[in-house]
Design a protein around this ligand. Sequence first.
Ligand code: PLP
Length: 375
Amino acid sequence: MVPLIYADNAATTRLDDDAFEAMKPYLLNEYGNPSQPYSFARPARDAIKKARQKIASLINATPDEVFFTSGGTESDNWAIKGSAFSDALYKATITSQIEHHAILNSCRTIERLGYPVTYVGASKSGVVTAQALEGLINTDTRLVSVMMANNEIGTIQPVRELCAIAHSNGAAFHTDAVQALGHIQVDVNDLGVDMLSASAHKFNGPKGIGFLYIRKGTRIEPYIDGGAQEAKMRAGTENVALIVGMAVALENNIKRIDENQKKLRELEDALINNLMSANLNLIVNGGCNRIPGNISLSFHNADGEMLLHRLDLMGISVSTGSACDGNNSQVSHVIKAIQVDKAYAKGTIRVSFGRYNTPQDAQTISAAIIKIFRT
Ligand code: PLP
């Protein structure tokens, strides 16, 4: 069943129409294995080459710095584990307490294997500050990994500044840009990052495809052993159609990035203003510098799960800021890390608008939330 209103675009997005059309030939007729030398395989091979060039140019990288993966989770695993496994000295990794579980659980794994990890906190407005990182980093740090934008509260992190601190201590810098790419400008040279994770389904591309940008010269182990694909760094027959779809979707999103941002800010303002004018007792989390359209709201003495289900019954899809553990609603690690007041924390939902949402959607969602609290 398609919801009346889909407002969970930070979870996934609707596929771009052009991306779908561009993928079709590689699902149907051009099914040659790109590694084969005969002419039938050439269109598939060429398509991968073109997609890699396109993606590289969109983030200001070179094509040999773009490695296709199965998505954000794999890219994050590779960055954290591949960096650790390249290090015979077992130097430390620093990451933040508000990362996605793809980073946090990869860090738990390397910790189990003896690689030390430190978790830097975030401010109440969701920012990992330069000061906080400076308090933890030293010349025994190998890698710093801080996300570009948080998935639960949308906060954009000062990546350029954090990266400079890492470099001045001799550490490499990785950023999980899964929520950022296609939504705000990303230029790997301007930021200075050594590695960057991306996932196509967060920018209207297909699911199950992403990439890891690895700056030339970065120390990292290959992730999947096997054939010679992805410069022998990530083996396995390439998913040609998804790679092609990802490049088209990214290009289309970046082309209209200013227009999208303006539209999403308007939807966000409308939603927040309506809720505030109704005098609901709520907090908007994540400070002012957030990914457009990603809105984390914590309501006083409420239950985020209950809100989600009541909105679902009204045909509206949003998510909670809390992870569900069996029957117990839990406050998420991000909401805890930014110290949202206990009286609000459990009543957190995330509304995330995307490019297919309309001003009417913002009106309908705010009216629905107001109705829930008034009845
Ligand atoms: N990193 C962040 C910040 C995310 O928001 C997500 C997905 O929600 C991921 C990583 C994982 O990406 P994927 O769904 O492509 O595995």
